[in-house]
Design a protein around this ligand. Sequence first.
Ligand code: GDP
Ligand code: IMO
Ligand code: MG
Length: 424
Amino acid sequence: MNIDVLLGLQWGDEGKGKIVDVLTRDYDIIARFQGGPNAGHTLEFEGLKHVLHTIPSGIFHTNAVNLVGNGVVVDPVIFMKEIDALTAIDASAPDRLMISRKAHLILPSHRLLDAASELAKGKLKIGSTLKGIGPTYMDKTGRNGIRVGDIEQPYFEEKYRQLVDKHLQLLDNYGFDSSELPELERVWMDAVERFRKLQLVDSEHYLHTQMRAKKRILAEGAQGSLLDIDFGSYPFVTSSTTTAAGACTGLGVAPNKIKRVIGIFKAYCTRVGSGPFPTELFDESGERLRKDGNEFGSTTGRARRCGWLDLPALKYAVEINGVTELMMMKADVMGSFEQIQVCTGYTYHGKEIDHLPYVTDPDFLESQFETLPGWKCDLTKLSDWNDAPQALKDYVSFIEKYVEVPISLVSVGPDRAQTLILNS
Ligand code: GDP
Ligand code: IMO
Ligand code: MG
């Protein structure tokens, strides 16, 4: 049996959590393949609003197992807080949750290193969520990391101490005050004790067995393609492979097993943190998108930068991921605009180009826009795509024609129910 992949095509926060939740009824397993608690995936249903950071977004459905894959980095403190928030709603949720023994652990000293690194970068800081993501993936590729499976082994404490000693030397080099570490460590070790009792598994073996048993599997991505370590706006990216290839390495699934690749994008663009954003708006329209879209980070609460939809960037993400179908989020947020701008190309050093160049310095790169009519209505009560306003249908067709991939779903509100399926 094949697996499907769902991922974000922009700079994250596209609405992946909502869609995974909507699609879970059709799957037996939801498997997160990368990232960590830098993610914030929001689900809304039956008057409940819930933000997940490390736990896959299928957890509220009783029909599916949720797996945290080997490509994910886990902070036991944040994980156990998530568990507590979940069990307050549904005590049986941990029974449907498994964690890969090969997933790497975020140590308290990784968090301090993240902060020290950002501080040292000054104006060039990434705008990291400061969850320790970068330092943890650095220790993974540097072959120093501690994995979930290590907490079951007798050498765990010794291995932990060795790595922390290394981190303390690095923090010293930064001149960073690490006096809060002992208290952070105490809380972390307590969380590890509880975390140990969850279902820790050999996840790739589990997935292969389930695939042979013809179980339906959906791989859930975090962040977005433009934050990918290789293909994002480097160095203003996260430290993992957020693109479809990450589902293979982050779960142990072969490329020829991937079938649907579902690309999630907003009807406009947002970005949190630093880095280039060619279609960013600094005027009233940007302010309106932020306000109407409630564009404030689910993890850090920071205001998200807002701009028009960037089609060359979207097409780039579609190609890198081999997207087979698109889902467009937050169409309702644009309901007050008389006219909508869409970026269809750039001028780079005065020359017209249709792709993102290596250097995206705004002094040399200018977005070229086409203007389309807005739909000027409230979409949040819409329940049938056939009743959608023509201007919205035209917007969808315009995007499909440009990126050459069909849009199969349009989201018109944060709730699970505010979801339109396109039948064409
Ligand atoms: P994720 O990280 O991709 O899962 O996205 P986030 O949860 O960080 O951010 C998406 C935000 O938009 C959340 O607050 C969602 O509840 C909300 N949202 C998702 N889809 C829609 C939609 O179609 N319309 C509106 N207005 N909000 C939406
Ligand atoms: P979800 O899964 C939006 C951004 C940070 C920063 C950069 C690096 O909710 O879409 P990191 O903490 O990884 O070192 O931060 O990446 N970033 C996100 N932006 N959504 C996310 O996740 C993000 N995860 C990281 O703001 O610019
Ligand atoms: Mg998010």
